[in-house]
Every structure is written in structure tokens, then in C-alpha cells.
Unconditional design. Sequence first.
Length: 509
Amino acid sequence: MYSKSNTCSLLGLTGNLVEVESDITSGLPAFLIVGLPDSSIKESKERVRVAIVNSGYKFPLGRITVNLSPADLKKEGTQLDLPIAISLLSSMGVINYDHDEYIFLGELALDGRIAPIRGALAMVIAMRELGFRKFIIADESKDECAIINDVEIYPFKNLNDIVSFLNKEKDLIPHKLDLSKIDDDIHYDYDFKDIKGQESLKRALQIAAAGNHNLLMIGPPGSGKTFSAKHLPTILPDMSFDEKVEVTKIYSIMGLLDRGKLVNQRPFRSPHHSASEVALIGGGHSIPKPGEISLAHRGVLFLDEFPEFDKKTIESLREPIENHEINISRAQASLKYPSDFILIAAMNPCPCGNFGNPLKECTCSQNEIRRYLNKISAPILDRIDIHIEVAPVKYEDLKDTSYSKSSDELKKEVEMARKIQKDRYKNEKINTNSELSTALMKKYIKLSPEVEKLAKLAFNKYNFSVRSFNKILKMARTIADLDQAKDISEKHLLEAVRYRSLDGKYWSN
């Protein structure tokens, strides 16, 4: 007897409808799964067989064929356990239901329990776009999937309850999530008022947050680079609901969600400098997975000990920094993942870390310093907007009790600057100054003759590249927005130039 059920298979963040067709005929006992299944799906026939038997149903004798349609699409993931079991039970006559009404997503335990799966939210969103509105999932995935409030989520703990529900022997109200309470868990352990003696660095971090600019910190060990970087998420504007869903989808397919909860806080990812290119960018042998740059989407990617990363790995950041997405091509698939993050990089000025340190003597030769600094290429430096030197903190700074702005105060100023940018670019497909293209810069960045003259002097004095100079103009626009100024003044441009003048000190050797 023929039957079918519907499910989803992910290819990156894109979900594809998969029809699980089953047919039971007489003949020698056999259980075949066809339609380009991966190893996890091939193993599912044993989980399905034992789960059906342990749920109290007699597993059919004869030749069982399960086809995963479309047959030319590579499928992976344990979410096909449940739809295979439902399709078989329907072929056996145990279940009688409308085959096109539900999408089934769940892994089966051997005792018939429904286990949660990776990427449940991404699958629900993909199937919703195809017109499906009813989903049968694992109970542990209910909060994750109920984020989408215009679909019906039916969570179950075991196979028997699903059979009773489909046969209309048991009623179940769709699970709903109170979206008004999803912001309740936002909490940070850091506050900018705790940063001592680094006022210029705090200012640079605020500019980075206000305009979505990348930042490079150069300074000796112990000067507070890492500590300060961890504070950046505390002054970034709260994510919109759509941004939270974007980030949650990525974390869902990686299995990193905290008990199926929505990701509320902006991500802060800090991979070790030994991380490989695949770990940072994404990839894999079969279907490429997201890397750290995608896990940092809508948040912060912090790369400490920047020159210690493999040079090839550093260079691979060029595309995502520029385009806010990464294209990964493999033999099995070519996928695109989002990667709109603020890059914060930290590095020592030399191998020993004390070049230019007024408190300790540098023991490195000029050649050693040059080799160390040249691990960061000019194209990468050009793509990082703000370059700032971080000096060691003095004892007097630690004991300073003078007033310092808190994260909440700095965040309000950042939010105001972001609102100005959002209103300015409401007719464009961008939200922040850092996203301005060359054409849009001509439209939105106008300099007075006095400021234009100053810009020309700076360009000629520091030999800026065109990309670096454009970064300066975008930064100047952000600084003006923080001051709530309509036009870019000389002080705004001078401050922006100061954040790019370090290159001559460290990379001119």
C-alpha cells in the first residue's frame, strides 16, 4: 500500500520540501531508502523499525521501499526519522490523515520518543514560505519554532501521541509563545564605566557601534584590548525581531540554541587564533556549514592576536567584510551565508609586544617587527575603518573615581545616531554609514569648501588609498551623527583622520 508524508531538508539556510513516499509489497523482507539519503538517513531505518515496534505496532513483513522525493536532491539530517515512520504507519493502515496538511520534523529514539533536531526554525520558515501552516515537531523544539506566530506548532513527546492526534482521538491546541516577553533575558556582565584610563578607546568603540565600523586595536599586552572589546555588545542597539530570527536560524542549524530559545543578545564570537579557515569562514566535506563569521552575524567578531591567525585565514575575511555575506563552493553544493558583523581585531605592535611601550623595553629587531606587522596585508587594513593605539593603563587611572559614562548612556547616544542614519537612508537598501557605496557617498556626504580643503591635505599627507579615504569620510559622517550635526565639520573630519594615521607609524617600515 502506498502512502506519503511531508518534511523538509536544509541546504544551508534554504529549506526544500521533501515528500517521503512509502510502499509495502509482498516479497522477501527488505527495507530500502532511496532518493540520495546521507548516512544519517540510511541509519534511520533501524531507528524507525525499533521505534515502531517499541511503540506497540507490528512492523510489516515484506518489501518496504521509501523514496525521498525529489530524488535528485541530496538529503541529510535526522529530521526524516519521524516522517518516514508516519508514512510507514499510514501505509500499514494505522493512521488515516490528510497527507498534505502537516510537515513532520523530528528524530526518533528507540523507545518512540521524539527528539529535537538541528535547524527546526529554519525548516519551519522555509515551509511556511511554501504555504504550509501546520507542523508536528519535538516538544523540546516548541519555543524555537513558535517564534513564527502565524503557523500552528503541534509539539509531541512520543510517537503514540502523534498517532492519536492524527486519528483525531486526541485534541491538541497549537503551542503559542508570548513574544512580548522575549526581551526579558537580555543581560550583560560588562559596563563601560568599568573601563579605566582608556577614554580614546571607549570613544572609538562608540563610533564603531554607531556606524557599524570595523576596528583594529594596537597595543602592548595587558593594556585592556580584550577587556574593552567584550564591552562593545553592551552599547549596540537591541536587535529587531527580524534580526533575532535571522541569528536564531543560524544558531539553530548549528545546534547552539539554549533550550530552543530565541537569540536575544547580539552575538559576540571570539575564535582562538589557531582556528582554521573552515572554522572561521565555514565549509565542510559535504554540505558546507556556517563558520564563526556567520555565527557573529548582527553582532561582533573579535579576533585577538590578529597576526597570529594563519595569513590565508586572515585574507579570507576580505569578501565577508566587504559584502556582508560569504559564498562557499564545494563539490556537493554552493551556498551563501550571511555575515554582517562588526570586526574588532586586537594585536601587539611586535612579537614581544613592547614596541612603543613607555614602561617596558622592546627586545625585537627591526626585521622581526617588520615581518610580524606584514602578516596583516594592506587590503585587510584598508577594510578596517578605525585603527587605534592602546596605551598601558597607569596606576592613577585605576584609582580614578571621576565620572565615566555607563553602557546605558553610551547606548542611548548610539541609538540616536543609528536613528538619524535610518531616517537618512529610508529610501535606500542600507541602514548605517559603513554600508554607503561610492554612488551613495556622492549623494549623502557633502563637504563644505573648508572641510574639502582639509580632506585634500590629509589625503596627500598620509597617502591614503581611495578605499581608506572613503572609510574616513564614512567615519566622519558617523561622528557628526553622534553630535547630531547636519553637516560634517572640520573637527569631525580631523577625528576620523586620526583613526587612520597610525598606518604610517607601524606599516611604513
